[in-house]
Design a protein around this ligand. Structure first.
Ligand code: PLP
Length: 418
């Protein structure tokens, strides 16, 4: 049993997996928080490193037999520190949400005030949403983007910080298409005596490749996922200054997690190694160029974009002039093999299950090797679906055929076996 392939051992599961592989090959992944991990990353994630408990940290475990786990985790830590230029790294976080939980746990006490961007404005659930631990354990206060132009207004954030006097400010977002000024967040936090936690879950790859200003010098703690622009396995890590190293490590284990996912740590190490290679900067740079080409193409097709464009890997399309909800638009796009996610726009008149926006992003298509010309074409295909398919469903077949042609010209996981 132990040596059989998945297809031999569990044909039912192999069939579902095969169908998903085919879906990934034949659709355009336009969700900015997703990417295609490399074969090497997936090999590490699917390795015998899955078999071991390794509670604790390298050289100080609560389980025997961890010699190679110590070597492997230390390699991952060293690579994370080097890539981001951080004093300390904790690579055990299962998810970005747990990274934020551990960061707050290390720095502040339950009941303390935090200041962050609300989900409705582009922040993440873990930035104080009432339905999330962060809004229930801490006292959340929020900053917004400007109602006029969709940009962060740092003077207003400073004003709110003076009024609220938070213990901790979160700098970072899930749906903000512009550069985040971490230096300005530091200055605001210093004025009111708050910690800065920079959540770079979305932009970590851009930051690592120096295509986005660096949060490390201006943050007490930086949290990130590893599977978005960074293109690693599903997981997260925390970077911090030396003075917070032991508080962070204790907050992660035993604070919010026990046994780390060692196979995923191995896969993170591989992804961090890939991020040191020559092509990585070019890849991240291309993600941004592609996003800008896609944004320009959508503007030419009469779409409104929040802030009018993008500096990073995503854009927020405001569909209010199109008489269609974000959810309806995303469902139509999926029928044409383009997967985008529906997303609230700032001050959205529609509820979160409907939304007035979609949030296309380019990490996935860039991994497939697409460039500006393909990104611009995808803008036209999205426009064709959203503008015409509601009244003329035949458009979906026509666009799907074009999408399939693109997918076949830019294949992914071409000879992957199950
Ligand atoms: N922080 C931000 C800004 C995010 O966008 C996300 C995920 O989308 C997270 C944290 C949480 O990551 P996870 O889904 O791994 O818990």
């Amino acid at each position: 049993m132990i040596n059989r392939t998945l297809a031999q051992a569990d044909p039912q599961m192999a069939e579902i997996l095969g169908a998903e592989l085919n879906r990934q090959q034949e659709t355009l992944m336009l969700i900015p928080s997703e990417n295609y991990a490399s074969r090497a990353v997936m090999a590490a994630a699917g390795s015998v490193f899955t078999n071991k408990y390794a509670e604790g940290y390298p050289g100080n475990r609560y389980y025997n037999g961890c010699k190679f786990y110590d070597q492997m985790e230390q390699l991952c830590i060293d690579r994370a520190k080097k890539l981001f230029g951080a004093d300390h790294a904790n690579v055990q976080l299962h998810t970005g949400s747990q990274a934020n939980m551990a960061a707050y746990h290390a720095l502040i006490k339950p009941g303390d005030r935090i200041l962050a961007m609300s989900v409705a404005q582009g922040g993440h659930l873990t930035h104080g949403a009432p339905v999330n631990f962060s809004g229930q354990m801490y006292q959340p206060h929020f900053y917004s983007v400007s109602r006029e132009n969709g940009w962060l207004d740092y003077d207003e954030i400073a004003q709110i910080a003076r009024e609220v006097k938070p213990r901790l400010i979160v700098a970072g977002a899930s749906a903000y298409p512009r550069i985040i000024d971490f230096e300005r967040f530091r200055a605001i936090a210093d004025e009111v005596g708050a910690y800065v936690v920079s959540d770079i879950a979305h932009i970590a790859g851009l930051v690592a490749a120096k295509c986005h200003p660096d949060p490390i010098p201006f943050s007490d703690v930086v949290t990130t996922t590893t599977h978005k622009t960074l293109r690693g396995p599903r997981g997260a890590l925390i970077l911090c200054k030396s003075e917070y190293a032991s508080a962070i490590d204790r907050a992660v284990f035993p604070g919010v997690q026990a046994g780390p996912l060692m196979h995923i740590i191995a896969a993170k190490a591989v992804a961090l190694h890939e991020a040191e290679q020559v092509g990585f900067h070019e890849y991240q740079h291309q993600i941004i160029s592609n996003a800008q080409a896609l944004a320009q193409s959508l503007l030419e097709e009469g779409f409104d974009l929040i802030t009018g464009g993008t500096d990073n890997h995503l854009m927020l399309v405001d569909l209010r002039n199109k008489n269609i909800s974000g959810h309806e638009a995303a469902d139509l796009c999926e029928q044409a093999n383009m997967v985008v996610n529906f997303n609230l726009i700032p001050y959205d008149p529609r509820p979160p299950r409907e939304t007035s926006g979609i949030r296309p992003g380019t990490p996935g298509i860039t991994t497939r090797g697409m460039k500006e010309a393909e990104a611009a074409l995808i803008g036209k295909l999205l426009a064709r679906v959203i503008n015409d398919a509601p009244t003329n469903p035949a458009v979906l077949d026509e666009v799907r055929a074009q999408v399939l042609e693109l997918c076949h010209s830019f294949p992914i996981y071409a000879d992957l076996e199950i």
